[in-house]
Design a protein. Sequence first.
Length: 365
Amino acid sequence: MSTVLSFYIGRNFLKCFISVFAVFLSLIFLFDIIELLRRASSRDEVGISLVLKMSLLKLPFLGQQAFPFAVLFGSMIAFLRMTRNHELVVARASGISAWQFLLPVLGLALILGTLQITALNPLASALLSKFDRLNAIHIKGQTNLLALSPNGLWLRETNKQNQSVIHSTTLNLSKNSIKLKDVTIFSYQGSNKYRQRLSAIKAELEDGFWLLSDVWIHERDKELPMHKKEHWLPTDITLNNLHDSFSPPETLSFWSLPDFISNLDKAGFSAVRHRLYWHSLLATPLLLLAMVLIAATFTLKQSPRARTSIMIIGGILTGFFLFFFLDVVSALGLRESIPIVLAAWAPAGISALLGLAMVFHLEDG
């Protein structure tokens, strides 16, 4: 097939993809603003400017979620136009197979998938992280922030009167408890007035307080520290909201996820969600290839107008079914009912195989 024809097919696909993606982004932005306004209706301090800012911060992530749909619908529109204009018939009469016709679009889908996980994803995750912070403070009213690093765990707890920053080099996690070792707690009055520092051999989270063992308490106004065998430090932290304080996998870029997963494993926390998300990102190019193949199956064959409408609806329903299947398999992966790699790659792999089988049938037919 000539380079000119390949360029023509690829350009048509890109134009349709960009148009569909722009429509999706506009609709997503509008509905997200409405949803944020509804959630913020009970908070007087949240104005329209903050809502617009939050919606813009979240838009790249939501666009990333809509990316495969844009490829599916963009491909269907591009192929349908070329079929209606009898361009495919002319190409087939010239000895060009369906696979040669699809090759430029498949190549572009592969490039788009690679760009999504290497360029769009880091941007979307960074902006979503900022959105989550604003959402936690202004919409949810949450103030506990947790971070993991190679040096251990850092946790900040804030209430109306005081603020505490907790650091631990070692963390042991069981189903119903959290135990810290080599613990240092900095306490502040208000937001920045230093009050005291507590150094403990270990700490265990109980109901409503931290139980510190072998504690040295360094008061701001006292020269000598005070030692206690045990000390109870009140806290609003619970086991559940400590888990929730971890950075969601969507707020971490494709490049930073492996290191974060490693830190979670070392700290004793479950990395199932993050590992599943990372493998799902890796499978994105294959999923986009599958979307192109499915679109081709339903739109490349010359059919009467009424039958064409049915085939288009069939293609759209197939796309939605595949995403429903993806959600179900992901849920099974999160529960560890099936291996994480299988949960992440099965939807894209099965979709691609189905698409290949249908295109082979189309070519033979």
